[in-house]
Ligand binder design. Sequence first.
Ligand SMILES: *[C@@H]1O[C@H](CO)[C@@H](O)[C@H](O)[C@H]1NC(C)=O
Ligand SMILES: *[C@@H]1O[C@H](CO)[C@@H](O)[C@H](O)[C@H]1NC(C)=O
Ligand SMILES: *[C@@H]1O[C@H](CO)[C@@H](O)[C@H](O)[C@H]1NC(C)=O
Ligand SMILES: *[C@@H]1O[C@H](CO)[C@@H](O)[C@H](O)[C@H]1NC(C)=O
Ligand SMILES: *[C@@H]1O[C@H](CO)[C@@H](O)[C@H](O)[C@H]1NC(C)=O
Length: 302
Amino acid sequence: MCKKLILVVYLLLHEGVFALRDVKLTIPAAVERGKQAKLRCNYDMEGDPLYAVKWYKSDREFFRYTPLDIPPFKQFSTPYINVVENLSNGSFVVLNNVSLESSGKFSCEVSADAPSFYTVDAVGILQVVEVPKEGPIIKGLKSRYRLNDTLKAECTSIKSHPAANLTWFVNDFQVDPVHLRRNRAHLSPDGFYSPRLGLRLLITKQLFVNGRLRIRCLASMHDIYTKSSEISVEIEKPKLRYKTTPLPIFHWEDAQPAERYPHTTLIFAPSTNHKPSVGNSIHSKLFLVYLPILVRVVYILR
Ligand SMILES: *[C@@H]1O[C@H](CO)[C@@H](O)[C@H](O)[C@H]1NC(C)=O
Ligand SMILES: *[C@@H]1O[C@H](CO)[C@@H](O)[C@H](O)[C@H]1NC(C)=O
Ligand SMILES: *[C@@H]1O[C@H](CO)[C@@H](O)[C@H](O)[C@H]1NC(C)=O
Ligand SMILES: *[C@@H]1O[C@H](CO)[C@@H](O)[C@H](O)[C@H]1NC(C)=O
Ligand SMILES: *[C@@H]1O[C@H](CO)[C@@H](O)[C@H](O)[C@H]1NC(C)=O
């Protein structure tokens, strides 16, 4: 009988010791630099009185809430940590004007008052990010493509920390990784990343909806930033044949093997074989210079 009573009392005390439970620290996945960060420490006292909630950044205490003290808040000066006291309480701490250096390991430690004095803590990571100042930039697209052409484009997201995630969409479908060219994003001297992602697609009829193909690049950072840029390109219609017009309307993209335009190959063909995309602007200038000569040559030859 006596032994049983002792056991019951022991169990009750034991229960009391483990009364404080479920301590959980909730931190947003990412917070934008300069904004407020709201950290939440959840716990279940199970009827025990709360003694204190202590907050640590990288194991250094920066804030303490002790409800029985007057005032109940105490701040310990810590670089890059500014607590907004009037928004903080037993469960929340609100940090003002966070900077990239405010990122790191945070923990809250909850202690019960007498009789248990039990203490439990929970840990979380705060990541402060700098979002890109402008939306992603698409480069390298032509306005028209022919069947069997290879479409090449590159998307760049300018200056963020860390690198933004880039995703290509074609007609709103996410592009398969086999078509992507990933470039490692380097850290610039001013501390930012400008990631790039290349796209290569073989042009097929199936890609075009009403003669148009929509290409979109999306830059995102966690759940706090998404911006996209879209360009739509056309499929090039088959051109009229040379013999139907006295002088063909000549576009640079039309530069063709010798049998089609015998008078033009000497001038243009050697450079079309390599680096057509890089040379495009130079060649179109060349073309403007040579067009009058070409026209005259054609006339003379007729
Ligand atoms: C909190 O205090 C700051 C000054 O420290 C004041 O500007 C702000 O309006 C206060 N906010 C609330 C919700 O009381
Ligand atoms: C504690 O502070 C948070 C954030 O400022 C607020 O949303 C919440 O209502 C407050 N809770 C109490 C009990 O005051
Ligand atoms: C925010 O913090 C940065 C660096 O930590 C500081 O340069 C800036 O003056 C602060 N801004 C405000 C409004 O407190
Ligand atoms: C595209 O390539 C396929 C297979 O290589 C060929 O059958 C077709 O004629 C080509 N189409 C054009 C317009 O060049
Ligand atoms: C980019 O995506 C990966 C995988 O989904 C994710 O783990 C990472 O946090 C993302 N980075 C940013 C900056 O959003």
